[in-house]
Design a protein around this ligand. Structure first.
Ligand code: NDP
Length: 490
């Protein structure tokens, strides 16, 4: 074997050990192979683990990085930092996808397209997990998984089934609007660059003064809508299953960076109360004539990922990634998706999916979530892992980020303080008073034995609780700790 050029990197194991030869270690030239050929074992074992579970929906996708630039002042609607001034730029990652096909399916098929965006804002990631259609097939989350089953393979034949697809749609007339879009000319986009994206759901925008308006997001392609008719699509699928991936990837490599204009529709609470349709119904649009589009900015995609698996397959979006100034609405489908997307990533990528570079927020992250497979010391370090705590420098919530309360009919939706207006002491005191003197002594002794090992400040804070439950309870523990109760008054 020739010595490689000094410029060429030396092949190594995953542990970094240089590899001398890529030939199996054998007992004699004809084998058998020895179990001690750990370099071969490592390669074969890793190969067995190269795949993660395929997404149940939106399995086939393409992704790219880019930039979002604010072009219009919308601060009268939202306090979102990334929208605070015209000209402000935010890094984004986009993943487009078909819905029904598996990882190897053809791109140019009649299907809805996923339009998922991650804005790496200074106040956390905002994910806009939409489609290329402004509405959806169902409005009740109980029907979501059922609908997807009808788009996938028949349990017996393992083939797509018009019978089950149309059986479901004919049983669910709320699907007609989306069915009409799917079978319209826009049902087969000519590529991901040539379609619009819609948040579809109603979201809320929250202003600095706490005022909340309802909002819909629209991303309009600046490449113009282009579609394939059925014959063209059949021909393309026959020649190229990756036509959307190829188009997006090659356009970016050529420096033809695709752009979309972000526009919003806004509805006030009063307008929502009087609107002739439920404004939170995912099967309905808000007519443009009544709720005109308001320009917000332009998204440009300008960088292809270096590694498809790491950056596109493992990218993960969730409608629950919201930033201050952007919130959910009562839309039942959105409410269900707020849970289910995050849950899908925990299953598919693992509990630390947000630590992967493509998913990682670009702003500081500080919390008490801990450990799990593949946790890194960089993220958690030796920081405390519980809250509340009295440790200097430990992360604390900041009420300036609190969203205003929602008034839903007679009910107020808010984060109510569970520590006020509660009696935490009477029942603990009642129990203490049941104990005879010997039991009280043993209790105080055990508590002091444990509490005495904590810091003085913590001992004092806890002693106040014992006194609040029963004066004798406090006195006994203080005595065992060697603390003069008069110190508590200081
Ligand atoms: P408008 O006349 O104001 O809007 C019509 C819209 O239809 C256009 O702006 C375009 O939306 C969209 N459109 C055109 N061809 C197609 C197609 N083949 N498939 C899907 N959408 C298409 O009327 P309304 O606002 O009252 O909406 C009427 C219908 O238009 C709706 O029922 C809905 O199906 C569709 N639509 C409405 C949207 C909305 O938010 N109001 C958004 C998208 C579609 P765009 O400019 O976004 O491409």
């Amino acid at each position: 074997m020739k010595k490689p050029n000094p410029e060429t990197p030396v092949l190594t194991t995953q542990d970094g050990k240089p590899i001398a030869m890529q030939q199996a270690l054998t007992a004699g030239p004809r084998g058998p192979v020895l179990l001690q050929d750990v370099e071969l074992l490592e390669q074969m074992q890793h190969f067995n683990r190269e795949r993660i579970p395929e997404r149940v929906v939106h399995a086939k996708g393409s992704g790219a990085y880019g930039t979002f630039t604010v072009t219009n002042d919308v601060t009268r609607y939202t306090k979102a930092k990334f929208l605070e001034k015209v000209g402000k730029k935010t890094e984004v990652f986009a993943r487009f996808s078909t819905v029904a096909g598996e990882r190897g399916a053809a791109d140019a098929e009649r299907d809805v397209r996923g339009f998922a965006l991650k804005f790496y804002t200074e106040e956390g990631n905002w994910d806009m997990v939409g489609n290329n259609t402004p509405v959806f097939f169902v409005r009740d989350p109980y029907k979501f998984a059922m609908f997807i089953h009808t788009q996938k393979r028949h349990p017996k034949t393992n083939m797509r089934s018009q019978e089950m697809q149309w059986d479901f749609w004919s049983m669910c007339p709320e699907s007609l609007h989306q069915v009409t879009i799917l079978f319209s000319d826009r049902g087969i986009p000519a590529g991901y660059r040539f379609m619009n994206g819609y948040g579809s759901h109603t979201y809320s925008l929250i202003h600095t003064q706490g005022e909340r308006v309802w909002c819909k997001f629209h991303f309009k392609t600046l490449q113009g809508i282009q579609t394939f008719d059925d014959d063209e699509a059949a021909r393309i699928v026959g020649q190229d299953r990756e036509s959307h991936q190829r188009d997006l990837y090659q356009a970016i490599e050529r420096g033809e960076f695709p752009q979309w204009r972000l526009l919003i529709q806004v509805m006030t609470q009063e307008q929502a109360a009087g609107f002739r349709w439920n404004p939170f119904d995912l099967t309905k649009v808000w007519p443009h004539a009544e709720f005109p589009l308001i320009e917000v900015g332009v998204m440009e995609l300008n960088r292809n990922p270096e590694n498809y698996f790491a950056e596109v397959e493992q990218s993960a979006f969730k409608p629950s990634a919201l930033v201050p100034g952007v919130g959910p609405s009562p839309d039942k489908m959105l409410q269900a998706r707020l849970m289910s997307y995050a849950d899908a990533h925990l299953h598919r990528v693992g509990p630390n999916w947000q630590q992967l570079p493509v998913n990682r927020p670009r702003c500081p992250v500080a919390n008490y979530v801990r450990d799990g497979a593949l946790a890194t010391a960089e993220t958690y370090g030796s920081n405390p892992n519980y809250w509340p705590n009295s440790l200097a420098g430990a992360p604390q919530p900041d009420e300036q980020y609190k969203d205003s309360a929602w008034k839903l009919g007679e009910v107020i939706v808010d984060r109510f303080d569970s520590t006020v207006d509660h009696d935490d002491f009477t029942q603990a005191g009642n129990l203490f008073r049941i104990f005879d003197p010997a039991q009280r002594d043993r209790l105080a002794g055990r508590i002091a034995g444990a509490l005495g090992q904590a810091g003085k400040e913590i001992q004092m804070r806890q002693l106040r609780h014992f006194f609040a439950a029963d004066q004798e309870y406090g006195r006994r523990v203080a005595e065992k700790l060697g603390i003069d109760p008069s110190e508590l008054a200081r």
